[in-house]
Design a binder for this molecule. Sequence first.
Ligand code: GLU
Length: 445
Amino acid sequence: MYNQKEFMSDLEMRNIGEPEFIQAVSEVLESVIDVVNNDPEYLDARILERITEPDRVFMFKVEWENDDAEVQVNKGYRVQFNNSIGPYKGGLRFHPSVTLGTLKFLGFEQIFKNSLTTLPMGGGKGGSDFNPKGKSDTEIMRFCRSFMTELQKYIGPETDVPAGDIGVGSREIGYMYGQYKRLRGENTGVLTGKGRNWGGSLIRPEATGFGAIYFADEVVKAHNDSLKDKLLSVSGFGNVAWGACIKATELGAKVITISGPDGYIHDKDGISTQEKWDYMLELRASNNDVVKPYAEKFGVPFFEGKKPWEVKVDIAVPCAFQNELNEDDADALIKSGVKYIIETSNMGCTTEAVNKFIAGKIPFGPGKAANAGGVAVSGLEMSQNSMKYSWASEDVDDKLGRIMKDIHSACVTEGTQSDGYINYVKGANIAGFRKVADAMLDLGY
Ligand code: GLU
């Protein structure tokens, strides 16, 4: 039998200085401990020790030259966490905050998220402490080229398939894929999130945001409610927030905030026109990492240094960064009457915030379920690449919708409490965990 406290203190000793990884494991453990302790096969196979240790980690140096011909050095990583149900799959994050611990937390979350998609994908994550802010396009290209020169040794379409994450969009994927092809001479599905003209899947750019709103739609329906006329606060202004604004509008809801590291904007009319969506893409492509220009362009208020969780809405949709919504933010949202939380960033809420929502019986969709649409369409991109074929956008969107529906059902099956409250955190963790743990049993050690 596992003792939860002992297991965690042992894990902390073995993973010093990795608080986000400890937080991610602790949250999963809380959900699955009884499942494991009641299954002699899981206990005998020491599933918990094995699932919390990455298969392997690559750490490497990335040397590149800036526009002033000065040599720059960054750290590069790829964490191959678990490939029991399929090739390692997960994004690359370029952000100055990236450490090994960050990528271990993200890789660990990815195992269960990918399992929930119903597609055969294992969990991995990678990235660099490279800061794209203020970099020129050629600097980004030189960095990506150098990063891939090393990374290509460890990845492959049947072994490990990276994609984008924060700081890595189709531009960066393009430069990396270009270098992979230069070095290997292959056209393969080694990366996903590719451009539509060179092997990418339609709907991949929209997929994470669309998927989150499909998930939200399922959550409200399960509570005899609808998205029609609901007010949403969204954080972030990148690819995920963009997709969420588009799909929310399509389903009759209104997104009234987006945010950046500089603050948030409050657009009462809704971020609901093509012009506003296109402007979000422009903001992202500028590499400035600020949202204030939106307020100036559309004449709406900007709140410097503030988070959007102080605005009264029906649904809060964090789409930016881990731990971006804390206990105080949760209190503010609960006080102003929030009805649902759709966590779309990976581990976007602190443990304390999640516990508050659950204690308040507010339906809370965790990131690993709500944001799984992105990697799900990456899985569909892999399928299309293997077939040397491409599906129409309606086909991909339709498959995405069905996957999000299935993820929601899995959460309901595993997470419904005796009082009828659907604990989506527990549901997602147990459903995601079972499939991987059972595969590990089947495969031996
Ligand atoms: N970075 C995304 C995530 O957190 C997408 C990963 C992928 O498409 O492989 O799931």
